[in-house]
Design a protein around this ligand. Structure first.
Ligand code: FAD
Ligand code: DHB
Length: 394
């Protein structure tokens, strides 16, 4: 079998790339090693930057997002027992974010791909990328008991942090910049009305907490927990009381608790792989970089990479612009490092680190106070949180 672009992974990166390439008239095949149901069952990100929303519209999958996405013009920050509001729109020259779950983005993209008959292989095993540094790479895998080989011009590695794409590049050709945090986020999804009409990020000496939502009847809550914690050791009651203890009392009064529909732990880390390409293989989204979720950047960064790669490939196929091949890594990395820095900063500011001494705790409390009290501080937070426009490829 032959295609122009073999896309490894049907997460948001792979599906969105497939959809944009379709709109550019470039054929692509998606190879995913899990089932579509499994991909849809993963509860992950919830906040979309305006650039991501615009890209989803460009991909032709913005209809449900426009109807169901919740536009947020502000966020709240809990600092011990006080609740502050940051007017994102005011401090970012009119921008906002949209709350719409990654599961919904993925579902919209899958449905669109099915509607036009895009070729995808789910439940593929033994996925391998061959000769990515040659002019004729190919991908092999096993599907429904048979060996499949797909010859292609380019391979898009959209297979997340543990996929095969990054491992297919010789280690000596890559630099990996990494940072791990000594905690994770324990997340709960519950069919209850959200505590507030905006997200609450809370700093507390017992640890960070985040109150988010998927709709006005479905809430998503997170609390900082040790990174090796077993979610099964957390009964719903234990979770709700830990969450309540970390939020300002004025907020807790509006908390509706209920049975958890899902409970999972995500360890936090930052990681960037450079360069994001090797020959004709491109690393996209989580395959190239990971951010801690505090700044809500993971999915938005993935969308940024996809936007650049789709434009690079359109330039290559439609205008023969070979020089664009070299543009992918530097164009993506500029935006990536900005978000990596912001996510690292927000994580440090709002979490309690086990090894922290009294001096560091007071410095951080003062930094948060400065951020909240000063126009410059609020502007820096708001500008980074709403995100920068997607990069142009010229
Ligand atoms: P992924 O979503 O990881 O998709 C990769 C796909 O590739 C998967 O479907 C996988 O099954 C498939 N795959 C893997 N290996 C292979 C292989 N060998 N062959 C074929 N297919 C393969 N971001 C936020 O902004 N906020 C959050 O709250 C948040 N929570 C998160 C919680 C967890 C547990 C994780 C892991 C991430 C979270 N993120 C969050 C980050 C965000 O979800 C990711 O940035 C986003 O999913 C990146 O999309 P992606 O398509 O690049 O990678
Ligand atoms: C959500 C996740 C985040 O990491 C974040 O910063 C905000 C919201 C969420 O899952 O809703």
């Amino acid at each position: 079998m032959r295609t122009s672009v073999a896309i490894i992974g049907a997460g948001p990166s792979g599906l969105l790339l497939g959809q944009l390439l379709y709109r550019h008239g470039i054929d692509a095949v998606i190879i995913e090693h899990r089932s579509a149901e499994h991909v849809l069952s993963r509860i992950r990100a919830g906040v979309l930057e305006s650039g991501t929303v615009a890209l989803l519209h460009e991909a032709g999958v913005g209809e449900r997002l426009a109807r169901k996405g919740l536009v947020h013009h502000g966020i709240k920050i809990g600092d011990q027992n006080t609740l502050h509001r940051i007017d994102l729109t005011h401090y970012s020259q009119g921008r906002h974010v949209t709350v719409y779950g990654q599961t919904e983005v993925t579902r919209d993209l899958m449905e669109a791909r099915t509607a036009w008959g895009g070729m995808s292989f789910y439940d593929a095993s033994d996925v391998a990328i061959h000769e990515p540094d040659s002019a004729s790479p190919y991908v092999t895998f096993v599907h429904e008991g048979s060996e499949v080989r797909i010859d292609c011009d380019y391979v898009a590695g959209c297979d997340g942090a543990h996929g095969v794409s990054r491992r297919s590049i010789p280690a000596e050709r890559l630099s990996v910049f990494e940072h791990t945090y000594p905690f994770g986020w324990l997340g709960v999804l519950s069919e209850t009305p959200p505590i507030d009409d905006e997200l609450i990020y809370a700093r507390h000496e017992q640890g960070f907490a985040l109150c988010s939502m998927r709709s006005m009847t479905l809430s998503r809550y997170y609390i900082q927990a040790p990174r090796d914690e077993n979610p099964e050791d957390w009964s719903d009651d234990r979770f709700w009381s830990a969450l309540s203890a970390r939020l300002p009392e004025s907020a807790v009064r509006a908390l509706t608790t209920g049975p958890s529909l899902e409970k999972s732990l995500a360890p936090l880390r930052s990681s960037v792989t450079e360069p994001m390409q090797y020959g004709r293989l491109f690393l996209v989204g989580d395959a190239a970089h990971i951010v801690p979720p505090t700044g809500a950047k993971g999915l938005n960064l993935a969308a940024g990479d996809v936007s650049v790669l789709a434009r690079v490939l359109a330039g290559l196929y439609h205008q023969g612009r070979q020089e664009l091949l070299k543009a992918y890594t530097p164009t993506c990395l500029e935006r990536v490092w900005k978000s990596v820095r912001f996510s690292w900063w927000m994580t440090h500011l709002l979490h309690s680190f086990p090894e922290e001494d009294g001096f560091t705790r007071r410095i951080k409390a003062t930094e948060l106070k400065y951020t909240l009290d000063s126009v410059a501080g609020r502007t820096a937070l708001a500008e980074n949180y709403v995100g920068s426009p997607l990069a142009d490829v010229t």
